[in-house]
Design a protein around this ligand. Structure first.
Ligand code: GLN
Ligand code: ZN
Length: 753
């Protein structure tokens, strides 16, 4: 059945709800005080509200199946029957199996969690093997179509496309070495064919298949696979029209391949990939195809320059008659509604657009494509002059390369050994300890002015005392203060640096029920006063063991903020780095001799194309060096990286020149250590020995096995023992059991050394 695509759409919308309703429902279900019916009702309500919002805003085409109880890649896996045998075997109900894959059970670790392209959203990595029995399960797709229809809204169901799904997957444990999930593409495409047939049977006119993997570097064989998949799907006798959506960059060599298939609509990101426009021009006229133009940025919070966007749309109209206006990607990555931010400085507020406002921008652009751009508002005026800080700019200009280098590692290592005298396989944690309801309440009360500053400080100090006592009791070697004063590792610093603004309700999903509230970096950055020194110095005064100072690195601060776009990211990073450099100096003067500068997002901002890696890593490394290289040789600098697929970042990890690097390793079965060793990384390394993203507590034997694997790959004198990441989302009960086993395992393996 032919139906036009519609002149305006979005590729997806936030799922969490304006008040994080998803979080309450899902976490309530896990905790047992919301039953399955309650959870599904909350989910249905969130979908309904979203569809109505999009329709009422005037969007011509509304997507469905963009909602998820946990993750859309997991949803696609379930829809195509790719539930790994290790979960199917548990014999649980559908909902329980779904959450078992997402979070693990006592018997089964969860699927691996990893970053969705270069965003701070995390997806669950499908496990695919030669025996994965794909099977179409269109139930939820059809149910959502029907639910939207009951509201009078015709929708376009969305799935991750088959090629991207397999490119994001990993080989399951049963697969032979060298198995490539993409080798299962033809089988999987059959199942997509069955899903499309089912949707067609239900009268669905359009389906959206997301293939963002093709904005990265792809081999000719992978590009040929994409073209083969869509030729095959397009050849189905009865199907909806197919919209292949791409985002996060330009398609490059995959664009002509995709345009050579008969799919009816192609979506291109014209914000992150303006080169897409040249690619289209090179292809020539496309009279029958719809181009869905991603003109409104789905990744950042700045208002769209609507006139510039309309000019791009006009250029597109020269190439094809059917142009639909859209967001550059799903709006999953921006907060829900700017209208909730009543306290923001109006000079900042007038420059912003969140998801709800971006929908209005799409609608306005759609009208401009139809009627001309005259009615569009002009771009926002230049920023106020006081957002600029000449002092910071002068200091940066004066900073020489010598200030980025420390004395050679062997000398530092010797000085640090002498200073601390730690045992081999020293134990530590990544920084945060469980944030109990009391801590959160105290922080909130202080923020709201209901708790006096002195009472707040006393409350936090007693928490620090408790966290230190806990760590001493468990037997850890290098302690942390536990970060009770931080609700978020970036927000905490943003609130203490000039040039940043915080939102009140600007939540964005990070993974599952976990949301973050990224600050907005709008102007020059400076540090008016020390940010962490008082807490760290207090903690160090309460114990004889070393306490690690805890800072967030410059690249991570940028990655987890919405960053100004009027200057290069590199320039912004150096300003943040300079502020951190001053903080490191102040920590040292306060007697803190171990300082961790977390860069969990170093990998996240890595450009999707290899040709852009060098320029990015150069500035990211330089910023880390500026932040840390002022430290004395006996000061031990740690860094923490929150992922396990190093690949292109490996040489940069070396260049950061930290004394100890703790990394995520447990979900990837310690494979990262071999990579590090083969790249010649020769400093301290703390491979995470258990997965903190899951409530599952490891057995001591598992930790011992992980440590034995570690000391087989890396000399024991360089190995540290720590969890995968911070513990703030966990409960004390699990943490106590896990850390006790971690310390016992370290002692056991130490004894063999
Ligand atoms: N120090 C931080 C913590 O422990 C690091 C968190 C992270 O890597 N995401 O919470
Ligand atoms: Zn981490």
């Amino acid at each position: 059945m032919y139906a036009p695509f519609g002149t305006t759409t979005v590729l997806g919308y936030p799922r969490i709800g304006p008040h994080r309703e998803l979080k309450s429902a899902v976490e309530g279900f896990w905790a047992g005080h919301v039953d399955a019916a309650g959870l599904l009702a909350a989910a249905a309500k969130l979908r309904e509200d979203t569809w109505r919002t999009l329709r009422d805003a005037g969007l011509a085409a509304v997507p469905s199946h963009t909602f998820s109880l946990y993750d859309h890649v997991l949803d696609t896996a379930v829809t195509v029957g790719a539930v790994p045998a290790r979960f199917a075997r548990l014999g649980l109900g559908a909902l329980e199996t779904y959450f078992a894959m997402a979070r693990g059970t006592d018997a089964e670790p969860a699927l691996e969690l990893t970053k969705w392209f270069d965003t701070n959203y995390h997806y669950l990595v499908p496990e695919i093997g030669p025996d994965t029995a794909f099977a179409a399960d269109p139930g939820r797709l059809l149910a959502e179509v029907a639910q939207a229809r009951s509201l009078g809204i015709e929708t376009r169901p969305v799935l991750v496309g088959p090629a991207t799904f397999l490119l994001l997957a990993k080989a399951d444990a049963a697969a032979p070495a060298g198995f490539d999930p993409l080798s299962r593409l033809d089988d999987l495409v059959e199942v997509y064919g069955a899903l499309l047939a089912a949707l067609h049977g239900a009268g669905v006119a359009w389906v959206q298949l997301d293939e963002p993997a093709y904005v990265g570097d792809r081999t000719p064989a992978q590009i040929a696979a994409l073209a083969r998949a869509y030729r095959r799907l397009a050849a189905l006798p009865a199907r909806p029209q197919i919209f292949v959506a791409t985002y996060f960059g330009a398609l490059g060599e995959a664009l002509p391949a995709l345009l050579d298939t008969p799919v009816e609509a192609v979506g291109l990101d014209l914000v992150a990939g303006p080169e897409n426009l040249d690619g289209l021009a090179a292809h020539g006229q496309m009279p029958w195809r719809t181009v869905v133009a991603g003109l409104v940025d789905g990744r950042n919070v700045w208002r769209t320059d609507l006139r510039a966007a309309a000019a791009k749309a006009a250029a597109l109209r020269e190439l094809c008659d059917r142009v639909a206006v859209s967001t550059s990607c799903s709006l999953l990555h921006v907060p829900v509604d700017l209208d909730a931010e009543v306290d923001l400085d109006p000079r900042l507020r007038e420059r912003l657009a969140f998801a709800r406002q971006k929908v209005d921008e799409v609608v306005a652009l759609g009208a401009a494509v139809r009627d001309g751009a005259d009615g569009l508002p002009p771009a926002v005026a230049a920023p106020p002059p006081h957002w600029r800080d000449e002092k910071v700019r002068d200091r940066l200009a004066a900073l020489g390369p010598g200030q980025r280098r420390r004395v050679p590692y062997p000398r530092r290592a010797a000085a640090q050994r002498e200073r601390w005298g730690l045992p081999v396989l020293p134990t530590t944690t990544i920084g945060s300890f469980p944030q109990t309801a009391e801590i959160r309440r105290a922080r909130a009360a202080w923020r709201a002015g209901r708790l006096a500053e002195s009472d707040y400080v006393a409350r936090m100090r007693s928490e620090i005392d408790a966290v230190l006592a806990f760590q001493e009791r468990v037997g850890l070697d290098v302690l942390v203060h536990g970060e009770p004063e931080r609700s978020d590792m970036v927000q905490y610093f943003a609130e203490r640096l000039s040039g940043f603004a915080a939102t009140a309700h600007g939540w964005v999903q990070s993974y599952g029920s976990r949301c973050v509230r990224p600050p907005i970096l709008f102007g020059d950055v400076a540090r008016p006063a020390p940010m962490t020194v008082a807490w760290s110095a207090y903690a160090q005064s309460r114990t004889d063991r070393p306490v690690k100072g805890m800072l967030t690195g410059p690249t991570t601060i940028l990655a987890w903020s919405f960053v100004r776009e009027d200057q290069a990211l590199a320039d912004t990073a150096m300003q943040v780095a300079l502020a951190l450099r001053d903080e490191v100096g102040d920590l040292e003067r306060a007697g803190i001799g171990v300082i961790q500068v977390d860069e969990p997002a170093l990998r996240e901002l890595l450009p999707l194309r290899a040709r852009d890696h060098r320029a990015y890593l150069d500035w990211a490394v330089a910023a880390f060096q500026i932040a840390t290289a002022g430290a004395a040789e006996a000061t031990q600098i740690h860094t923490h990286l929150c992922y396990s697929e190093f690949g292109a970042v490996l040489p940069a990890i070396e260049a950061l020149d930290a004394d100890v690097t703790s990394i995520e390793a447990s979900r990837s079965r310690m494979e990262v250590l071999a990579d590090l060793a083969s790249a010649g990384y020769g400093r301290g390394v703390g491979p995470g020995v258990y997965d903190i993203h899951s409530p599952r507590v490891p057995e001591q034997a598992e930790v011992v096995a992980a440590l034995r694997a570690a000391v087989a790959a890396v000399p024991a004198e360089r190995v540290w023992v720590n969890p995968d990441c911070g513990l703030k989302t966990r409960g004390y009960d699990e943490v106590e059991r896990a850390l006790t086993r971690l310390v016992a395992a370290a002692r056991q393996v130490r004894a063999d050394q």
